[in-house]
Design a protein around this ligand. Structure first.
Ligand SMILES: [Zn+2]
Length: 99
């Protein structure tokens, strides 16, 4: 279980379980937001995210709710993200980038 440290507009810094957050992707990787229920005030909080955060949050266990149809050209599928995250666990991925 991964605990994410994030910010609620009312409560400031809060901690939520990754499984209790929802990631939404609106187009091919550019627009991304994360939604969670604040453990302090119970309000729904939506934050904009940089697309580069997505693999980290997926690997942490966040629930992905893509609004992008899977067959849209250029869209990143959840399977592709999981494959990418899996590749990062290999010790030699940096060597491949060198060539
Ligand atoms: Zn709050």
């Amino acid at each position: 279980m991964t605990i994410l440290r994030t910010v609620c507009p009312s409560c400031d810094v809060v901690r939520v379980r990754a499984e209790d957050t929802t990631l939404r992707q609106y187009d091919a990787g550019a627009a991304l937001e994360v939604e969670f229920q604040c453990p302090g005030c119970a309000s729904r909080v939506v934050q904009q995210l940089n697309a580069r955060m997505m693999p980290l949050l997926v690997s942490a266990g966040c629930v992905v709710e893509s609004t992008v149809p899977g067959d849209v050209e250029g869209a990143i599928s959840e399977a592709e993200i999981r494959a990418f995250v899996g590749e990062l666990d290999r010790a030699d991925w940096l060597d491949e980038l060198a060539y």
